[in-house]
Design a protein around this ligand. Sequence first.
Ligand code: HEC
Ligand code: HEC
Length: 150
Amino acid sequence: MQRLTLTSAVAASLLLLGCNNPNAVDPFHPPESIEPVYSQRGPTAVADPSPSLPMANYPNKGHTLPRAFENQPPLNPHKPNYQISAKRNTCQSCHGINAKADVPVTHSSHRLDNGELDPHYYFCVQCHVGQADNIEPMVGNSFSAPGYPN
Ligand code: HEC
Ligand code: HEC
C-alpha cells in the first residue's frame, strides 16, 4: 500500500515537472524553428567582452511624436534617462505643475485630488518610452491600429 502511494507520488511529480509532455521545450536547447532572443550584447558568451553600443541618438527632441493608437501614452521625444529614484523624480523638475511654458505639464490624470503625483504614475518611463533611431529593437513588432501611422 505504502509503495503504491510512493509510486503515484513519483508519477505525479514527473507529470508536474513536464517529463511526460512530448511537446515540452528544453529551454537550454530550443529547436531551430524558435528564433533565439538575445540581450543587446548579442550571442556573446557571458565571460567575453562585447563591443559597446553607439551613443543613443534622439532625433525628435523638440517635437511631438504621432501616436500609434488611441490613448497611447505620448512617446518621449527626448532622452529618457533622467533619474527616477525613491527620493527624486527628475522628470517632475521639468514636467511638474510649475513647468515652463514650452514644457507639457504632467497629465492631470496622473494627479490625486490633493494635487500630488499619484504613486501609480511615479515611474514615468514605464509608459513614456524614449525613441532612439540608432538602437535596434531586440524583438520586432508589427502592431498597427486602424487610422494610425505604423
Ligand atoms: C530638462 C527638462 C526636461 C526633463 C528633465 C524631462 N523633460 Fe520631457 N519634455 C521636455 C520638453 C521641453 C518637452 C517638449 C518636447 C521637446 O522639447 O522635446 C518634453 C516632452 C516630453 C513628452 C512628450 C509629451 C507630448 O505630449 O508629446 C514626454 C512623454 C516626456 N517629455 C516625458 C518625460 C519623462 C518621462 C521624463 C523623465 C524621464 C522627462 N520627460 C524629463 C523637457 C523635459
Ligand atoms: C501608467 C502609464 C503612465 C505613467 C506611469 C505615466 N504616464 Fe504620462 N501619460 C500616460 C497617458 C496614457 C497619457 C495620455 C493622456 C491622454 O492624452 O489622455 C499621458 C500623458 C502625459 C503627458 C502629456 C500631457 C499633455 O497634456 O499632452 C505628459 C507630459 C506626461 N504624461 C508626463 C508624465 C510624467 C512626467 C510621468 C511620471 C511622473 C508620467 N507621465 C507617468 C500614461 C502614463
